[in-house]
Design a protein around this ligand. Structure first.
Ligand SMILES: Nc1nc2c(c(=O)[nH]1)N[C@H]1C(S)=C(S)[C@@H](COP(=O)(O)O)O[C@H]1N2
Ligand SMILES: [Mo]
Length: 214
């Protein structure tokens, strides 16, 4: 005789199914707030990260950013503008030499080369930062934002008063071709960073100049 013909078994089965359903619906649907993490020290030996706990969200593929066709220069600038790739091509060209993409975790994601772009400094000089007094320039944050809301932050001093700024490049060409959908068409990299991953911005679509302080 089949188990399914036993009334008690069928009732038990239905109860279990109902309990599972109620449990699912009562689970919080609000996004989980990640626990804070300590800042990794660049140059420190990299330990293997503990495997991420398997949860439903981790099984969902990370969302890919929308392709960035333009770059808006916003915030404290005299000439706010939205630049196309053709507009970017008018700044002095910068060829990016070979460098390695190193994640914040220390993982080496491989060599990158044959990228062409322009200096972020040149773009900001044309936009002209707007400050009340010369002392106000030094309190400016330069925020590079992507279509997926990924952000990298620079300071005025890094871009305009250090050698880091020589190598902060907005790029739009790889091997002489437009960037593919995985990156853009517009992206940014700070090639002299110890770990180049964090300030590599794919799908770059905004540079915001934001004065800090009061
Ligand atoms: N827009 C955007 N840029 C991003 C990321 C992202 O999630 N979104 N991830 C960053 C991280 S964590 C790393 S390590 C590098 C990796 O660069 P790659 O994808 O070209 O290997 O890209 C960075 N740039
Ligand atoms: Mo990363």
């Amino acid at each position: 005789m089949s188990l399914l013909k036993q009334p008690l078994f069928v009732i038990a089965l239905l109860t279990l199914a109902l309990a599972a359903l109620i449990h699912r619906e009562s689970s919080p649907s609000a996004p989980e707030i990640p626990a804070p993490v300590a800042m990794p020290v660049a140059g420190a030996p990299v330990s293997t990260p503990a495997p991420a706990p398997v949860s439903t969200p981790s099984l969902i593929a990370p969302k890919r950013g929308a392709i960035s066709e333009t770059l808006a220069i916003t915030g404290a600038v005299v000439n706010p503008r939205t630049l196309s790739v053709a507009d970017l091509e008018r700044f002095p060209p910068q060829q990016i030499g070979e460098f390695e993409m190193i994640c914040e975790s220390g993982a080496n994601l491989g060599k990158r080369q044959n990228l062409r772009g322009v200096r972020l400094r040149d773009i900001l000089e044309q936009a002209q930062l707007k400050a009340l007094t010369p002392h106000h320039f030094r309190r400016m944050a330069i925020i590079a934002r992507a279509t997926d809301d990924y952000i990298a932050v620079f300071s005025w001093a890094e871009i305009f008063n250090s050698t880091v700024g020589d190598q902060v490049i907005v790029y739009f060409s790889k091997d002489g071709q437009p960037l593919d959908d995985a990156e853009g068409r517009i992206a940014l990299i700070s090639t002299t960073d110890q770990r180049t991953g964090p300030r590599h911005v794919r799908w770059l679509n905004e540079i915001e100049v934001r004065p800090l302080g009061r």
